[in-house]
Design a protein around this ligand. Structure first.
Ligand SMILES: [Zn+2]
Length: 633
């Protein structure tokens, strides 16, 4: 099967931008319309859209942010590419209050919001007739799942409210009426108003200075002239300042943390250069970041030209900047070439995790890269030990209905696959292959079947080599193929010996040695400690290594997890403070899960803390922790 040629139903085409009422279009009149895929494996079950009938090619937002009522509302003007006989377009929506839909001339169009499907929202069907340019007037629900409205107390400054969005995977339909599917790429522009003195940033290029509207508000304009998957439209607003890093890189953060944030990400301009040297030009113009308040549910989100970051990666020593390398790498894997369906999210995350490690190697050297790869590999082994090497959820391609074994597969096994290919064919051939993959599929969706065919054609030199590389097994089968490239055991030789010594005689590393270790080494040591420890042993570890007092949140998390799993009372106040401040699901969910596993001791603690902290978490974090603690509204 050669899915590429057969699948491009609406080939590259340009559509003229119809002029909006009063304002000239900010995007040039000729816009690139990205192809969509129509093979069965590229049909997205998480959208109501029928893109082969009618699809959105451009979104123009004109929105006002209302911090009094936690609402965003205004209009979305959509450009549509449709079959001549198409009379309707189906959009995704979730909780949107649509007041009116009109065509480009202001004529009313009929619309209907269908029945809501849990986790998917509801179809918004609009009778378009001949209209290929429609205006939707709407307001998002204050509980919109993509948006988090923070009270001033949840910010570092404590004085102003804050807003941020998280669109991936299918949350943007809660604030933007469009076709919310990663395979339906759209260009977009936005005009957003916000009360002074708040600044607004988006995942598009800011156009000029904000306009003072004279009513205590300012208007900000943004343009994304490259077609992107709509989950990548993102917004943040708050009392934030900007500081440049290099000519095309910089960071936004609240004034109170801008110094620390700027120092931590100072290697970013160099990272962009190294990433370009590896896999081709950075095609998005600027690369800026915003460090958000700690309620942000993820480590980072690769929103184009404006990566969103948790502040929990700030360790004061740049030891956790793999996060920045990761989000930057998504500018190629994920944002440039995008999984057409979430069943293939390893194409975004696995390729990115591999690429991240290559950037780390260039910036910080082989040793750190090898250690971080070894931590990643240990995560695969832990997951396989837990769910079994034949669990269907451990295949990279995850067809609908499979219960994925999680990030250790999508991210870490995906990275191990590419690492194995690199070892098998050599770095030079591998890098040339990956670069052509990005070049040949730039601004397009992709599937597992496509990368499989591409590897057979452009990486393997023969059918026999394709067989030897075990390409099909890697992508479609559970577990780890026999040719897997394992990390160098020497990467953690010192630390593993120290952990073994502790396991035997409870000998704790000297504090001076501990401080000299890399963060990856300290994390490895904490992961290798015996699962069962007494209160006295935990107290000694904490005293000697200063675990509860560390400023490194990855290490603090491992310490808290270990301590809570051993019902160590002195760790509870620290855990409670951490859970009250940080909303990052990677930390929050396992800590609640650990408490819940500790029965009579831990459950009441988990339930007591969660009742207090739940309102401060993003919907993503609430969704995962609700299940863990059995929360009922
Ligand atoms: Zn990622």
């Amino acid at each position: 099967m050669r899915p590429i040629a057969a699948a491009l139903s609406l080939l590259l085409a340009t559509t003229a931008c119809t002029t909006m009422d009063a304002q000239p279009p900010a995007v040039s009149a000729e816009r690139l319309v990205a192809p969509i895929l129509t093979t069965p494996d590229a049909v997205d079950s998480s959208t109501f859209a029928q893109p082969q009938v009618a699809r959105v090619t451009h979104v123009a937002l004109d929105l006002a942010l209302d911090f009094e009522r936690d609402r965003v509302g205004g209009t979305a003007t959509l450009d549509i590419l449709a079959r001549p006989d198409a009379s309707q377009i189906v959009l995704d929506s979730d909780g949107l209050q649509v007041s009116r839909v009109t065509d480009g001339r202001g004529n009313e169009l009929d619309f209907d919001i269908g029945e809501r499907v849990e986790g998917k929202g509801a179809p918004l069907t609009i009778t378009i007739g001949n209209a290929r340019h429609i205006v939707i007037a709407y307001t998002a629900n204050p509980q919109a799942s993509a948006l988090q409205w923070l009270d001033p107390e949840q910010t570092a400054g404590g004085e102003y409210p804050f807003l941020f969005s998280q669109g991936q995977a299918i949350l943007n339909r809660s604030w933007i009426p469009t076709q919310d599917s990663p395979g339906i790429r759209q260009t977009w522009e936005a005009r957003v108003t916000a009360p002074k003195p708040l600044d607004v940033v988006m995942s598009g290029i800011l156009q000029g200075e904000p306009e003072d509207l004279g009513n205590g508000r300012r208007a900000f304009r943004f343009v994304m002239d490259k077609p992107v998957a709509p989950y990548l439209i993102a917004i943040a607003a708050g009392d934030i300042d900007f500081r440049a890093i290099g000519p095309r890189t910089g960071v936004w953060a609240e004034p109170a943390i801008l110094d620390r944030a700027h120092w931590e990400v100072a290697d970013t301009e160099d990272m962009v250069k190294e990433a370009e040297a590896l896999y081709g030009p950075y095609r998005w113009g600027r690369y800026d970041m915003i460090v958000l308040p700690p309620a942000f549910p993820f480590g980072g989100m690769e929103n184009p030209v404006m990566t969103f970051l948790t502040p929990t990666f700030i360790a004061g020593d740049r030891s956790l900047t793999g996060l920045v390398a990761h989000e930057l790498a998504h500018s190629w894997s994920g944002n440039l070439v995008t999984n057409a369906v979430w069943a293939d999210s390893w194409l975004n995350e696995g390729v990115t995790s591999y690429f991240e490690n290559r950037i780390i190697e260039e910036i910080y050297g082989e040793k750190r890269a090898e250690q971080e790869a070894a931590l990643s590999f240990a995560a695969i082994e832990d997951t396989l030990a837990e769910v079994g090497t034949d669990a269907p959820g451990t295949a990279l391609h995850q067809p609908d209905g499979t219960d994925s074994a999680g990030s250790a597969i999508v991210y870490d096994k995906g990275a191990a696959f590419l690492r194995t290919l690199e070892h098998e064919v050599g770095r030079e051939r591998f890098d040339a292959w990956l670069r052509q993959w990005f070049d040949n599929h730039a601004f397009e969706p992709a599937t597992s079947a496509m990368i499989y065919e591409d590897m057979r054609k452009n990486l393997a030199r023969s059918e026999a080599e394709a067989e030897r590389l075990r390409l099909r097994e890697w992508i479609y089968e559970p577990g780890l193929p026999a040719n897997v490239a394992r990390p160098d055991p020497a990467a953690f030789a010192t630390v593993d010996a120290a952990a073994a010594a502790y396991g035997g005689s409870r000998a704790i590393p000297a504090a001076a040695a501990w401080r000299k270790w890399s963060s990856a080494e300290r994390q490895r040591f904490l992961q290798k400690l015996p699962q069962e420890l007494s209160a006295e042993e935990l107290a000694q570890l904490d005293r000697q290594l200063g675990l509860a007092a560390t400023g490194n949140n990855e290490e603090l998390f491992l310490w808290l997890e270990l301590a809570l799993a051993n019902r160590y009372e002195p760790a509870v106040p620290k855990a409670e403070a951490f859970l009250a401040e940080v909303g990052r699901a990677k930390f929050v969910r396992p800590l609640f899960a650990t408490l819940m596993e500790e029965g009579e001791w831990g459950r009441p603690i988990a339930q007591r803390i969660y009742a207090k902290t739940r309102p401060s978490y993003h919907a993503v974090t609430r969704g995962s922790v609700d299940k863990v603690v059995g929360w009922k509204e």
